[in-house]
Write a protein that binds this ligand. Structure first.
Ligand code: NAD
Ligand code: 4PL
Length: 246
């Protein structure tokens, strides 16, 4: 079933946008949700907005010490059941402006952060004998090679590769690891940026034209972390109204 009653979940980067919609959907499905974000005020505001016992905490997903503590706190002397790695920077940067500093910042925030939280969360799940699950938010930009985000696309490709290998490593413990690749979504982070100018072009490519919303991603994530997806691991599910037909 898709009920998450009694499950403990952490969603990173959930103060706004797709992460907040995921946190809301998991909470509505019955999970106790920790909203983790570098923007602690935003995380607390999101938790208050969502209700259902959701809690907002300040945590920089690139910092091992902060992530380990955040996950220890969320586990409440056990282990969490669900980790959603969503935190990321969504840059719009011309190729000619991509320097090493930008590259390293994006790899750190969008890829290394996924390793850091997954390392700790799956170690804790194994120690507690918990058959938990990790869900990584990648992007269909990995398939499309979308312009003006080369470091981002590289990081998301890394996330897809890591999803496959981590699923292999921890499958023997009953821990499932999957990813979702959203297409362009009208999130808080996209609104008011040059990405928002891309909707016309993206809708032309979609089998079903329309502006993707955070809830469109949250619904699929809720299923993938539920027992209904218990026979799925190492998978990458594309959610983009048919822009990419794999
Ligand atoms: P957003 O910018 O609206 O929200 C991102 C959140 O992550 C923010 O609350 C921000 O504070 C947080 N964050 C950034 N760096 C952090 C860090 N170091 N530690 C903790 N939190 C941090 O983004 P969004 O559009 O909702 O995107 C959410 C996810 O979906 C990301 O993984 C993004 O790459 C992916 N995605 C987005 C789109 C899109 O079009 N919006 C498309 C495909 C994939
Ligand atoms: C197709 O992940 O997948 C813009 C911004 N367009 O972040 C994305 C597409 C964006 C995308 C993305």
């Amino acid at each position: 079933s898709t009920s998450l009653e009694g499950r403990k979940a952490v969603v990173t980067g959930a103060a706004q946008g797709i992460g907040k919609a995921i946190a809301k959907a998991l909470a509505e499905a019955g999970a106790k949700v920790v909203i983790s974000d570098i923007n602690g005020e935003g995380a607390k505001a999101a938790a208050a907005d969502i209700g259902h016992g959701a809690v907002g905490v300040t945590c920089d997903s690139t910092r091992v010490d902060q992530v380990d503590k955040m996950l220890e706190d969320a586990a409440e002397n056990g282990a969490i059941d669900i980790l959603v790695n969503n935190a990321s920077i969504v840059p719009y940067i011309a190729w000619d402006d991509v320097d090493l500093a930008h590259w390293q910042k994006i790899i750190d925030t969008n890829l290394t952060s996924v390793f850091i939280a997954s390392r700790k969360a799956t170690d804790m799940m194994r120690a507690a004998g918990r058959k938990g699950t990790v869900l990584n938010i990648a992007s269909n930009a990995f398939y499309a090679g979308t312009p003006n985000m080369s470091a981002y696309v590289a990081a998301k490709g890394g996330v897809v590769g890591f999803t496959r290998s981590l699923a292999t490593e921890v499958g023997k413990y009953g821990i499932r690891v999957n990813a979702v690749t959203p297409g362009l979504i009208e999130s808080d982070g996209v609104k008011g940026t040059p990405h928002a100018e891309s909707f016309g072009f993206v809708e032309m490519l979609q089998a079903m034209p329309g502006k993707g919303q955070p809830e469109d991603i949250a619904k699929v994530v809720t299923f993938l972390v539920s027992d209904g997806a218990g026979w799925m691991t190492g998978q990458c599910v594309n959610v983009d109204a048919g822009m990419i037909r794999l």
